[in-house]
Design a protein around this ligand. Structure first.
Ligand code: URA
Length: 201
């Protein structure tokens, strides 16, 4: 069995990652962030435009929404580990803008090396997959967030693994009313996560 590397060491090594071609267009590797012994680990898809520039996960619009939802659910962001399935921003140009582009299976597989190393280092009690890319990467290609949202799924990765929607889906809600109800549902999912943690304490 290979030795578990510390998060600072992994972060340093990941800076020069060329396991797939996304390093060519991404500004930098956006490694996970949070305490090395965090009990909850959140996984998104990939850094966005703001994250790519700042080099930190979930600091753009979706991250702000996630922060607010966590606070409302009584979860302190400083106590959770945030990361992504893919650690470089994949984008296509649209005029002066860089539009998010979904990572492909090859990129997800190449980056799994870092996610597995983060999971081994943090050993979270609860893993929360945000959105379909994270859920399918961890729970299998046939997993559907719409069908199994919030349900703990047996997994060797952690005592509790579950999936909910990605906060960016709330930002894309077609109207303010849908956004309000979907946001409230998201907060309820996070409250359930906090309760699961309290129950296991
Ligand atoms: N979306 C993600 O999935 N991750 C981030 O870090 C930011 C936006």
């Amino acid at each position: 069995m290979s030795a578990v590397k510390s998060l600072p060491r992994l972060r340093e090594e990941a800076k020069s990652c060329q396991r797939c071609d996304l390093w060519r267009t991404g500004t930098q590797t956006v490694f996970g962030e949070g305490p090395s012994r965090a009990e909850i680990l959140f996984i998104g898809e990939q850094p966005g435009d703001v994250e790519d520039i700042q080099g930190r996960p979930f600091v753009g619009p979706a991250g702000r929404l996630l922060d607010q939802a966590l606070a409302e659910a009584g979860i302190d962001r400083r106590r959770v580990y945030m990361t992504n399935v893919v650690k470089h921003f994949k984008w296509t140009p649209r005029g002066k803008r860089r539009l998010h582009s979904k990572p492909n299976q090859g990129e997800i597989t190449a980056c799994r090396f870092w996610l597995d190393a983060e999971l081994a280092a943090v050993k979270p009690r609860i893993i929360v997959c945000l959105g379909a890319t994270a859920a399918q990467a961890l729970l299998g290609k046939s997993f559907r967030v719409t069908q199994h949202r919030g349900e703990p799924v047996p997994s060797p990765l952690a005592p509790v693994v579950l999936a909910t929607v990605h906060p960016s889906s709330l930002l894309r809600a077609p109207d303010p009313e849908t956004r309000r109800t979907e946001r409230a549902r998201f907060v309820r999912d996070l409250v359930a996560v906090r309760r699961l943690l309290e129950m296991a304490a």
